[in-house]
Write a protein that binds this ligand. Structure first.
Ligand code: GDP
Length: 421
């Protein structure tokens, strides 16, 4: 069975296209629902004379959590395939989905995109594909779902595949990095077993496609970058910043620097899952203590890195952005809030340097007067407060951001160059 190889998986797609049902189906097919729980439900269901009870149980359970308003509904569920242990890290529909994707609070390596065959590409399909592409999802598995509703019609399937490929073209996501599967989460077609209902489909099942995902390579070779999520004071220890290591390794005894607060010291202790550890790696959520650092010296949004190669602090930076939705137009001088790792800083778009064709990346116009929804552009950005951020080409984990205004994600982007303060 499964060894220690691990994947963080996002399940994305338009509301009601079947994300929760697919997660339920995956948990069920991989035997991730405890046996005693299934047994208990089996008895109940048999008494009531209901079929398909085990899968129904999983779905009832998810629905119940939802009704109770539990934020952890389909996120944070775990299942194993032959190759990997998967953790579902994020599901849109969660209030914090966009924010989580950006802050890397639970960064996904790969994603399953669920598109209902009867509805096709819908607004959130676009939004999530766009965000996945900009925020560094490596591969997408596209489940063309609810095939039972369209009578397993091959032409319906082909139409959705073609529309999704068009969407990939528009946002510049390479079609080679995606696989397409004809599924019914509800009936279980092509999830664990090849379905007799789709004789025309000769691709992999969803579980096969999950097994075939490339193994995510932990970025241990890069310098340490640890965005700070919170800073606590713990009696007996002192000041304890906490956060997730994005890149590199932290060892006790290391000399570290916090930017942009511009303080530093020696790491005395590192704690993970309530235990002291001598070192921590990418993906680890840690609390740690640094000699001489007080609670007010550092804050959320700081990035911790090695003292001899401290995190960059931008006076200005250039970035490639794609405008997702804006009610009017964006011009130079616009100052929305940029969300990058754990930082939220108002930043002014100082100049719009060029507008590009989002599918080919070719320049369409130098110094345009404005950009609007659907446009891709290179812009120069000036943070209104110090902001630690890195070129995406050097440290992708610290090189992407979302632009939010009026409670919406307006745009997302990647940092090209940082002009340090
Ligand atoms: P989500 O909002 O994307 O998580 O969608 P849900 O998983 O909650 O599904 C929305 C509705 O579609 C529910 O009533 C499901 O029972 C139904 N549904 C999900 N997948 C399928 C499917 O493959 N076939 C059919 N017929 N219904 C489905």
């Amino acid at each position: 069975m499964s060894d220690e190889r691990h994947q963080n998986l996002a399940v994305i797609g338009h509301v009601d296209h079947g994300k929760s049902t697919m997660v339920g189906r995956l948990l069920y097919e991989t035997g991730s629902v405890p046996e005693h729980v299934i047994e208990q439900h089996k008895e109940e269901a048999e008494e009531k004379g209901k079929g398909g009870f085990e899968f129904a149980y999983v779905m009832d359970n998810l629905a119940e959590e939802r009704e109770r308003g539990v934020t952890i509904d389909i996120a944070h569920q775990e299942f194993s395939t032959d190759e990997y242990e998967f953790t579902i890290v994020d599901c849109p529909g969660h209030r914090d989905f966009v924010k989580n994707m950006i802050t890397g609070a639970s960064q996904a390596d790969n994603a399953v995109l669920v598109v209902a065959a009867d509805d096709g590409v819908a607004p959130q399909t676009r939004e999530h594909v766009f965000l996945s592409r900009t925020l560094g999802i490596d591969e997408l598995i596209v489940a063309v779902n609810k095939m039972d509703i369209v009578d397993y019609d091959e032409s319906k399937y082909n139409q959705v595949v073609s529309d999704v490929k068009d969407l990939f073209g528009q946002v510049g996501f390479a079609t080679e990095d995606a696989s397409f599967i004809a599924t019914s989460a509800f009936e279980g077609d092509n999830v664990a077993d090849h379905s007799d209902n789709t004789p025309w489909y000769d691709g992999p099942t969803l579980l096969e496609a999950l097994n075939d995902l490339p193994e995510p390579s932990p970025p241990t070779d890069t310098d340490l970058r640890l965005p700070i999520q919170d800073v606590y004071t713990i009696s007996g220890i002192g000041t304890v910043p906490v956060g997730r290591i994005e890149t590199g390794v932290m060892n006790t005894g290391d000399n570290v620097s916090f930017q942009p607060s511009d303080v530093g010291g020696e790491v005395k202790t590192i704690e993970m899952h309530h235990e002291e550890v001598p070192k921590a790696e990418p993906g680890d959520n840690v609390g740690f203590n640094v000699r001489g650092i007080g609670k007010d010296d550092i804050r959320r949004g700081d990035v911790c890195g090695p003292a001899d190669d401290p995190p960059s602090v931008a006076e200005t930076f250039t970035a490639q952005i794609v405008v997702m939705q804006h009610p009017s137009v964006i011009t130079a001088g616009y100052t929305p809030v940029f969300h990058a790792h754990t930082a939220q800083v108002a930043c002014t778009i100082e100049s719009i340097d060029k507008k590009m064709d989002p599918s080919s990346g070719e320049t369409q116009e130098e110094n345009p007067d404005f950009i609007q929804s659907g446009d891709a552009a290179v812009v120069t950005v000036r943070p209104q407060k110090p902001l630690s951020i890195e070129p995406s080409s050097e440290i992708p984990e610290l090189g992407s951001f979302a632009v939010r205004d009026m409670g919406q994600t307006i745009a997302a982007g990647k940092v090209l160059d940082v002009n340090e303060a």
